[in-house]
Design a protein around this ligand. Structure first.
Ligand code: ATP
Length: 386
């Protein structure tokens, strides 16, 4: 096992825009780090730089404190865990796991190979399947075989590049938990690339959010959710996504297209001096006012809105509110779209409602909003002020 240190790493392809721009991350021994971000943010490039498949344009890469920029991939002792189809279909599970040992010709006696494969299979609960072919295994078992290959190499770290992206949702969920359990059991340093925020939130000790080659925030999943540093991270983490509502700030009152919202003085103070802000409201900060327990009511504010429609999902409902921003804050939505890398943003708020809520589209309804939780973002820089 090993620590991996990224010091101001830069990758330029040709003389264009850097695919990775000045990224520094300290990955501790045994830590599980996720690199997440939209397509093209540079996450695969960063992983390939770590494993040695891409040259490093600038900066230093250290493994256990040793600079490895110029070391060939095979000398870095890191194992890439590929998607399950990287298994050899004509080989048994045993031979698939033994494969990297046989590649390193002459290094291992047959007894050693047998010992390493048997141990890895025991760890991965594959002992009973060693003579099977990959076609006769479940998706989860195949994933474990792929990890077995990394284990027998006694690699210092595992690197995963979107290993679950080609699977259907159900299998993806199963494999996610297999990988998570296995990583914790083995305690091996792991770096995992994905664009799927559920994978990011459930697998990682820490998650690094990237945008256009730059590191936006690296933090635990909970911290990313509760304290996103800027609009981009706030919008990227969470499902359904955080809503952003343009507002003017007047003392402790936010004037918005949903009406005036009184907010806690401590929040307003953090944004003091800003005339306009973007208010960050997660769908789950809302509730049907009729269903809010009395002790919670005082933590928020009640307002009236007409929902366009609701969607019933069994365990909860989503409600949709279209809003019409005041002329002085309309431009904020364009800034926001730019920040989020979107062409256009619909002025709409999504709220989650209890499954028991009787609120329906087309009629006025009373909603409760937990104002203690809302975020205020600088409309220009996108920085979270609260
Ligand atoms: P995806 O999720 O789509 O795989 P990503 O976040 O992994 O995206 P990268 O594949 O790392 O992103 O690409 C980052 C940027 O570098 C993109 O703009 C991409 O077009 C560019 N890029 C990647 N590989 C090369 C290459 N070999 N030559 C030139 N540009 C490249």
């Amino acid at each position: 096992m090993a620590s991996i240190t990224l010091n101001n790493l830069v990758k330029k392809y040709g003389d264009g825009f850097p695919a990775v721009n000045d990224i520094s991350i300290d990955i501790a021994d045994g830590e599980f780090i996720i690199l997440v971000g939209p397509s093209g943010c540079g996450k695969s490039t960063l992983l390939r730089m770590i494993v040695g498949l891409e040259d490093i344009t600038d900066g230093d890469l250290l493994i256990d404190g040793e600079r490895v920029n110029d070391k060939a991939p095979r000398d870095r002792n890191l194992a890439m865990v590929f998607q399950n189809y990287a298994l050899y279909p004509h080989l048994t599970v045993y031979e698939n796991i033994a494969f990297p040992l046989r590649l390193a010709k002459g290094k291992h006696s047959e007894d050693q190979v047998n010992k390493l494969v048997t141990e890895a299979a025991a760890t991965l609960e594959l002992t009973d399947h060693l003579q099977r072919k990959p076609a006769n295994l479940s998706g989860g078992q195949r994933q474990r075989v792929a990890m077995g290959r990394a284990i027998v190499r006694q690699a210092d770290a595992f690197l995963f590049d979107e290993p679950l992206s080609n699977l259907d949702a159900k299998l993806r969920g199963q494999m996610r938990s297999e990988i998570s359990q296995m990583q914790r059991r083995l305690g091996v340093t792991s770096v995992y690339v994905t664009h799927d925020q559920t994978e990011a939130m459930t697998l990682g000790d820490r998650v690094a959010v990237l945008k256009k080659g730059e590191l936006q925030q690296i933090a635990s999943p909970r911290e990313l959710y509760e304290q996103p540093v800027n609009l981009f991270v706030a919008g990227f983490i969470g499902s359904p996504s955080m809503n952003f509502l343009p507002a003017t700030l007047d003392g402790n009152t936010l004037r918005t297209a949903l009406g005036d919202l009184e907010i806690p003085a401590a929040k307003a103070e953090k944004a003091a001096g800003k005339k306009v802000v973007l208010v960050g409201l997660r769908p789950e900060f809302f509730e049907d006012a009729q269903l809010v327990e009395d002790h919670k009511r005082a933590n928020g504010t009640v307002f009236t809105a007409t929902l366009t429609h609701t969607e019933w999902l069994g365990n909860e409902q989503y409600g949709y509110i279209d809003f019409d921003p005041a002329p002085e804050v309309r431009g904020l939505l364009d800034n926001l779209a730019r920040e989020m890398d979107a062409d256009e943003l619909r002025p709409q708020i999504v709220v989650t409602l209890d499954a028991a809520s009787r609120i329906r589209g087309g009629r006025e309804a009373e909603l409760w909003l937990d104002t203690r939780k809302l975020h205020l973002f600088d409309a220009e820089s996108g920085e979270n002020l609260t």
